[in-house]
Design a protein around this ligand. Sequence first.
Ligand code: SF4
Ligand code: SF4
Length: 284
Amino acid sequence: MADTYQKLQSFHPCFGGNRNNTGRIHLPVSPGCNISCKFCDRKINDHEERPGVTSQVLTPLEAMEVLEKALTLCPEITVAGIAGPGDTLATDYALETFRLIREKYPRLIKCMSTNGLLLSERAEEIIEAGVDSLTVTVNGVDPEIEAKLNRLIVYHGKVYIGVEAAAILIENQLKGIEKIAAAGITVKVNTVLVPGINGEHIEDIARAVKERGAQIYNLIPLIPQSDLRNEQAPVCSQIEEARAQAGKHIDVFRHCQHCRADAVGLLGGKDYGDLIYQRRIVGS
Ligand code: SF4
Ligand code: SF4
């Protein structure tokens, strides 16, 4: 069983590995989603710098062309990730893309993000596709709290709402984390921090995911939008307090830049999306 955490700490820019000289690409191959977060605002555009935004959605074969171009423009890329713009397990495109990457670029680190609704039942496929690092967004481990952050889930063709939906989601997330972690894949957990809803719940989340085998934890400050547009975004002291609560149980990740679903290049450096997707320069 290969533990990938040390490899990621050495070679993945987001995990601290050679941060200034290694890069990453997000391949936007996953358009649809199977849950409905109340803060979600997926967009196709060229200018917003946040998750859930991409200039276009690619097919797996188009993603391979983009990857080849990106590696030519930026050979420092060590990581190929898929983070939307929707959920990576709601369709088969992400796993298909990872299989193609595994064949053609076996040395690239493969990262995947998911909401975890289908994580437990698709864990074996993820392991088989050679994913090195998996990020699961867990915004609550108490269904009453999670239900304030998520409108509904579509699960095996049926719509569930409220606390019932939240309970299914949480159960599948935690079971899935356990399976993936047991296979030696590094599990990172993201939580969207909404001070008025889950601000006092962070320690519970961190404890629960650590018990299931997650290795690192990342807080994403709420961007007030969609149904949560009137919620307050956390201020720095609230983020630090939440990190301190989580840090009692699990390593805390501090360098996430909340990249677009089609980010490409060095972290914090030039984004090659303008060359690859012909994105318009902001303000032009
Ligand atoms: Fe949006 Fe992601 Fe939530 Fe799906 S899992 S609704 S894409 S934020
Ligand atoms: Fe790294 Fe965070 Fe950007 Fe993902 S979103 S590539 S973890 S900095």
